[in-house]
Design a protein around this ligand. Structure first.
Ligand code: ADP
Length: 618
């Protein structure tokens, strides 16, 4: 199969070479070797004189070298011939001149042969390098012929990547690394395990949100164990082999065994490993592929040296058969990094850029709370790009801070024009959030407030950074958060006696929180510890689906409205009590467009009470 086209190519090469080699040699022989001086009898010489076909002759004391009119050169011995000169003269031939005797034919042939061999070697090398690049015989490639292998070309799907990723490049994720170290050990020294009779996991499933380094970890296992790493994504598999998925799975395992020890990485395995269900709209093709995958994983011995790693961010959609021991029996969670993890990831990526020594990674990691490894890598790169844009040679703290905002809220929209009135509303709205947050003791302090529009659609935002990483949130904290979210709208109501569309995102978030309190966190008196909603998509946005009766749903809705209403009222009261500060800080923000947490606290703690006179007018 994969070798066939290559053998054909090699055979074609040899046939072509032999034909060219043959033709060249015949030509050389005719043109040069045959023309070499042939030793003939004196009679031939005389005959040529008589026929007047002699062109010229050179006479020495021992021999005669002569050339006929066709260009052939001969030589013959000297005879006693008194009339020789006279006859030569009559025949019209030139004589006396010395004819240059051509090179020894054997030497000549040896040189041309050498040149041909050299040519052959160069051609062969060129041919081999081309073949290596294209064929599936390359040790770096597992290949499959498409369309039954006849005439439709070869598809390379498992590509060995240049593997220089090591565990040290994957920051954080210590638990995942611990779990994978055993696989590395096994690939390194399988005897240690086989001696004792242990069978190693055939496969491990890396589960986690996108961009947390699953692919990187799989590569790092291969890098550490120094074995080839072949990767394919599940969707590619489905797309490339329409109608022949099962056959290709078989092929894959066969070839992988030949290349063992090696790692096969299937990204997005949910594309082929989705739960088989009893619904009418089943996908036969995918199911067959999955069945084949299941039976192959069962069939191959645990100690062949092939380890299958797969990644998914939808583990709940995988077929249970895939997860049973003997198949993907290791499930390795790769979660979003915690504070320390984020600092480490930032440091790992900062090594690749020129960065100022006094950059405080701690602050950046705190600000980028909830960011994945991929986002953090992006933040560092964005910062480097910003430094270049600003004509600097070194990345600084504010480059990084700005790029965190870019990742959170998008780029600044410099050409978005807000009317003065809009700017004023946004200022009050944002300060409303900040003030409510600051006035509730349990809320995190404000780090930055800005009213520069962003590409995400936000006209302004308030950034709150927790001092410490929170893993738990208590009831009061959630309620405070809802109040903070309501703070923007409350400020608008209080100052302008009018409300705008600017609060839509706050409303969404506040509702989500209040709803989760009732349906998932068991924080309502009425439902106690009963789950009314289940999370269906843990790693991709955390979608939920309701699991209760329509009557309960109505009750839930009432309770959610109640929570939000109460917190909205609380926010209004806080702002009413601090309306002077609200004016003061909003004025500052309106004028400066951005204020930092320190500036905010300074104004908040100052005793000055400047009223924002006339500012409510456009
Ligand atoms: P996934 O497969 O989980 O979606 P990847 O492994 O493809 O994520 O990660 C994408 C990129 O994010 C990597 O190339 C790397 O630059 C960065 N990254 C993610 N996690 C980490 C980590 N723990 N340490 C260092 N870089 C990381």
């Amino acid at each position: 199969m994969p070798q066939q086209p290559d053998r054909k190519k090699t055979a074609t090469f040899w046939i072509m070479f032999l034909v060219i080699f043959g033709i060249m040699n015949v030509l050389i022989y005719n043109r040069f070797v045959k023309q070499q001086v042939a030793e003939v009898g004196y009679d031939v010489f005389m005959k040529k004189i008589e026929d007047k076909t002699l062109e010229e002759a050179a006479l020495s004391s021992t021999q005669i070298v002569f050339k006929d009119k066709s260009g052939n050169v001969y030589k013959t011995g000297l005879m006693e011939d008194a009339q020789l000169y006279e006859r030569l003269y009559k025949s019209g031939a030139k004589f006396g001149a010395e004819i240059e005797e051509p090179m020894n034919p054997l030497l000549y042939y040896a040189i041309t042969f050498g040149v041909q061999i050299l040519l052959l070697v160069i051609l062969w090398k060129f041919m081999m390098s081309r073949l290596k690049k294209r064929s599936g015989d390359d040790p770096d490639m597992l290949s499959f012929s498409l369309g039954g292998g006849r005439g439709r070309g070869t598809g390379r799907i498992y590509v060995k990547s240049k593997n220089d990723v090591r565990f040290k490049d994957v920051a954080g994720e210590e638990e995942a690394k611990d779990l994978l170290t055993e696989i590395v050990g096994y690939l390194h020294d399988p005897e240690k395990y086989t001696e004792i009779g242990a069978t190693l996991p055939k496969g491990a499933l890396l589960v986690g949100p996108p961009g947390t380094g699953k692919t990187m970890l799989a590569k790092a296992v291969a890098g550490e164990a120094d074995v080839p790493f072949f990767s394919i994504s599940g969707s590619e598999f489905v797309q490339m082999f329409v109608g022949m998925g099962a056959a290709k799975v078989r092929d894959l395992f066969k070839q992988a065994k030949e290349k063992a020890p090696c790692i096969i990485f299937i990204d997005e395995i949910d594309a082929i490993g989705k739960k088989r269900d009893a619904s009418l709209s089943t996908n036969d093709e995918r199911e067959q592929t999955l069945n084949q995958l299941l039976s192959e994983m069962d069939g191959f011995e645990g100690n062949t040296g092939v380890v299958i790693l797969a990644a998914t961010n939808r583990p709940e959609s995988l077929d249970p058969a895939l997860l049973r021991p003997g198949r993907f029996d290791r499930r390795i969670p790769v979660e979003l990094p915690d504070l320390k993890g984020r600092i480490d990831i930032l440091r790992v990526h900062a090594k690749k850029i020129r960065i100022s020594e006094n950059v405080d990674f701690d602050t950046i990691a705190k600000t980028a709370s909830g960011a994945s490894g991929a986002q953090l890598a992006n933040i560092v790169n964005e910062a480097a790009l910003r430094a270049v844009r600003e004509g600097r040679k070194v990345v600084q703290q504010d480059d990084l801070m700005e790029s965190v905002e870019v990742v959170i809220a998008g780029y600044q929209k410099k050409n978005k024009i807000l009317t003065n009135k809009e700017k004023l509303v946004v200022s009050y709205h944002e300060v409303g959030h900040a003030l409510v947050a600051a006035m509730q003791t349990h809320s995190a302090p404000v780090t930055k407030i800005t009213i520069i529009p962003r590409t995400s659609g936000a006209l302004g935002y308030t950034m709150q950074v927790d001092e410490d990483e929170h893993n738990l949130m208590n009831r009061t904290e959630i309620l405070n958060k809802v109040a903070t979210l309501a703070g923007g709208r409350a400020a608008e109501e209080l100052i302008f006696d009018e409300i705008t569309t600017g609060a839509s995102n706050d409303i969404e978030q506040a509702t989500k929180l209040a709803r989760a309190m009732v349906t998932r966190f068991g924080m309502s008196d009425e439902f106690d510890m009963v789950a009314m909603e289940v999370v269906t998509n843990q790693y991709l946005g955390g979608d939920t689906s309701l699991a209760c009766s329509p009557e309960t749903q109505t009750k839930i809705d009432h309770m959610v409205v109640q929570i939000v209403k109460e917190q909205h009222q609380k926010a209004r009261e806080i702002l009413q009590q601090n309306v002077q500060k609200l004016h003061e800080i909003a004025k500052h923000l309106y004028e400066n467009e951005t204020i930092t947490g320190e500036e905010f606290m300074e104004i908040l703690n100052s005793s000055e009470n400047t009223l924002l006179s006339g500012m409510t007018q456009e």
